[in-house]
Unconditional design. Structure first.
Length: 334
């Protein structure tokens, strides 16, 4: 089941003592007016860092199936909303998501759903880097009606395989017990991209990853959780989660074209502490915003950072916590 919330478009004033010279950091990308942060629509709090969320609703659900991580967009030709979300095959439980993950397509008349299942958008491909795992969909709309991109994480087992049975988890024949091969499969995670001319597809993935690990660097073990953004100059910015033997966190890469090659811009994780699942978008003044799931010291479950150029980012601030207020009136800790 996927939960969506709505950003409320009320601009609220925040802290005093901001300056025009330091407004990017002081007001998290919003404006500084007469020494006070004037929050852009959708943001609130002293530094305009907090997402001004409304009540949550159940948006996408599939019977007996785990689904999460939606990437939605509105089709300008029909007005319908399309969501691309990760799902787990074979009625498998959460312990087996890496062996059974794929990306499904659903549509709705409202951005809050309910969404109707339309079909499979991306699945694993035998003989490729995504031969087993396909997950973490991130949808990007290309400017000028040029089409749509789905960035995603793919993985395959190493070749040659170590001794043992590495297919038992593919259809949950062992039940929902911990997946003994999960980490071995994770070591093969790379980032891919697929293109489609319309939101109805078909999405065609490039044969090879657009971003791979870098031996000898902080992200030498695996890369995953991609988030793409087309900048005004036409270049592609890509945030991702990287893992190495001594570090884990958010990395940034850039390319002149969505098919690459991508150049990694950071020689250390962006934040000090665990962070994953970034998303990128442009604010009304052209500032680049990042939201991410983080477990950073003293901050909430969701963190918010901004950048003028995609390379230098402000210190993260809390964007949201782990409490979900439902439209029905009750609250759950997620």
């Amino acid at each position: 089941m996927l939960v969506l919330t709505v950003l409320i478009d009320a601009a609220l004033a925040g802290q005093t003592n901001c300056t025009l010279a330091t407004a990017l950091a002081d007001c998290t990308g919003s404006s500084c007016l007469n020494g006070t942060c004037a929050c852009d629509p959708g943001w609130t709090g002293d530094r305009c860092a907090e997402a001004d969320v409304g009540a949550a609703v159940h948006a996408v659900s599939m019977p007996h199936t785990w689904v999460w991580g939606a990437a939605p967009a509105r089709d300008p030709s029909t007005g319908r909303y399309h969501a691309f979300t990760m799902a787990i095959k074979n009625r498998c439980g959460i312990n087996h998501y890496r062996h059974n993950a794929y990306i499904v397509h659903a549509t709705a008349a409202s951005p809050l759903g309910p969404y109707d299942f339309e079909g499979i958008a991306l699945d694993n491909r035998s003989g490729h880097f995504d031969a087993v795992e396909v997950e973490d969909p991130n949808l990007v709309t290309l400017p000028g009606g040029a089409g749509y991109l789905l960035f995603y994480t793919g993985a395959a087992f190493p070749d040659p395989l170590p001794p043992g049975n590495h297919t038992a988890h593919l259809n949950c024949t062992l039940g929902d017990v911990p997946d003994s091969d999960s980490e071995m499969l994770a070591e093969g995670q790379r980032i891919g991209v697929a293109f489609a001319p319309t939101l109805n597809g078909p999405f065609t993935a490039l044969p090879d990853p657009i971003l791979s690990t870098r031996p000898g660097h902080w992200d030498s073990r695996r890369v995953s959780n991609p988030a793409g953004l087309v900048l005004p100059n036409g270049t592609i910015l890509l945030a991702y989660r990287g893992n190495g033997p001594h570090a884990s966190g958010i990395g940034i890469a850039r390319a002149d074209n969505w098919s690459g090659p991508f150049e990694t811009l950071l020689e250390a994780p962006l934040f000090s502490g665990y962070a994953e699942d970034p998303t990128l978008f442009l604010g009304p003044t052209g500032v680049i915003h990042m939201l991410a799931h983080g477990e950073l010291h003293g901050l909430g479950l969701g963190v918010h950072s901004v950048s003028a150029d995609g390379v230098t980012w402000t210190a993260p601030a809390t964007a949201y916590d782990s409490y979900c207020v439902w439209a029905a009136g009750h609250t759950d800790r997620m």
